[in-house]
Design a protein around this ligand. Structure first.
Ligand SMILES: NC(=O)c1ccc[n+]([C@@H]2O[C@H](COP(=O)([O-])OP(=O)(O)OC[C@H]3O[C@@H](n4cnc5c(N)ncnc54)[C@H](O)[C@@H]3O)[C@@H](O)[C@H]2O)c1
Length: 333
């Protein structure tokens, strides 16, 4: 067991949705934390509550810039690599998506090796699997990504694994399934189903379901995903392994849309079915038993409780629901 207390951690993508919750957790655990983020999708507002903390340092820079990466890895003991560009971004910008998600990962691995880090946690994604061929999906499920995003995340995994096998870098690869919660993206091409739908429902707009809505996802609350990343770093037995983080619970997008309409409670909000999105996988349903068996991790947040917290976050957002709606793009690819 590697206790992270007082360790110096680098979180790439730490101004983003999951990264900022991970930063909260690491600082609460007594770590020193440096964030490297170019703010392409991340927000300093996600970290504003830490700027006066002497254990926190923010570096605006890119994982594709060798100087930024070299500087960011100086004196670092544990790397959490979350910086990436997302799935819808990859539909319109495949090369840039590849450069950040695959090449950026390789650059960071090389710098982490030079810095002789104790742990390198590579945050991958369930999107590397593509659609479920059988369920629940264990780590042995074939990897058959449907998008350049999934393919570039898989390339990043392969580099992380190669750095472990070739150079002995103590990497662990984690594959979170879909994550939701406060600070999730409702806006632009980063916008995800749950936050987009909440913002639309709060404004009395139709929730958009792409396709027949029968596609399913296995959702984890963001604080549980962040706790999983920390558990993976602390558990030495995970070195060199690839592990799922998920809840072993699937819900269809149609059922989720109806649940969100009911929970937001705006009578004007309805559900509208629109044509399917390219690259949308039809089923994701996690088998996280290997990770649970190895690390001291269980999802602590029930789905409805997590949705309530997410709805409250958007309802009480300082910008107000009407302003949030302006950056919600509807069809966002
Ligand atoms: N959100 C999910 O449902 C989910 C599910 C599975 C895996 N993941 C993985 O979790 C990680 C975090 O995802 P997220 O949902 O928090 O996304 P996010 O977009 O909120 O976070 C990614 C962060 O990376 C930053 N970034 C992008 N390009 C960069 C670059 N070149 N240099 C430095 N920083 C850069 C962005 O500004 C952003 O803050 C990603 O690796 C993603 O693949 C997310």
């Amino acid at each position: 067991m590697i206790r992270l207390n007082h360790r110096h951690c680098l979180v790439t993508g730490g101004a983003g949705f999951i990264g900022s919750h991970l930063v909260d957790r690491l600082l609460a655990n007594g770590c020193k934390v440096r964030v490297l983020d170019n703010l392409s999708n991340g927000k300093t507002a996600n970290l504003a509550h830490h700027f006066a903390n002497p254990n926190f340092e923010f570096s605006q820079g890119s994982i594709t810039d060798p100087c930024d990466v070299e500087e960011a890895t100086q004196d670092i003991q544990v790397v959490f690599h979350l910086a990436c560009l997302g799935v819808r971004h990859s539909l319109a910008h495949p090369f840039e998506n590849h450069r950040v998600n695959a090449e950026g990962t390789l650059l960071l691995l090389a710098a982490a090796r030079r810095a002789k880090v104790l742990r390198f946690v590579h945050c991958s994604s369930s999107e590397v699997y593509g659609s479920a061929q059988h369920v629940p999906m264990a780590e042995t499920h074939p990897t058959h990504p449907c998008t350049v995003y999934g393919a570039s995340k898989l390339a990043g995994e392969a580099y992380a694994r190669a750095y472990h096998l070739t150079y002995g870098l103590p990497t662990v690869i984690v594959r979170p399934f879909n994550t939701y919660g406060p600070r999730s993206h409702h806006e632009g091409d980063a916008g995800e189903m749950i936050p987009k739908s909440i913002v639309r429902a709060l404004n009395g707009k139709e929730i958009l379901v792409f396709g027949d809505g029968l596609q399913t996802r296995d959702f984890t609350f963001v604080e549980d995903t962040a706790a999983g990343l920390v558990a993976a770093a602390e558990c030495e037995a995970t070195t060199g392994l690839t592990l799922n983080i998920g809840c072993n619970f699937e819900i269809s997008i149609k059922d989720l849309a109806e649940k969100l309409v009911a929970m937001v409670g705006n009578a004007a909000a309805t559900v509208r079915f629109t044509p399917a999105r390219p690259g949308d996988v039809s089923r994701l349903y996690a088998d996280p038993s290997a990770f649970m068996g190895m690390c001291d991790w269980r999802p602590a947040t029930a789905f409805e409780a997590g949705l309530e917290k997410t709805i409250a976050y958007f309802r009480e957002h300082p910008s107000g629901p009407a302003s949030l709606l302006q950056s919600e793009a509807g069809r966002n690819w």
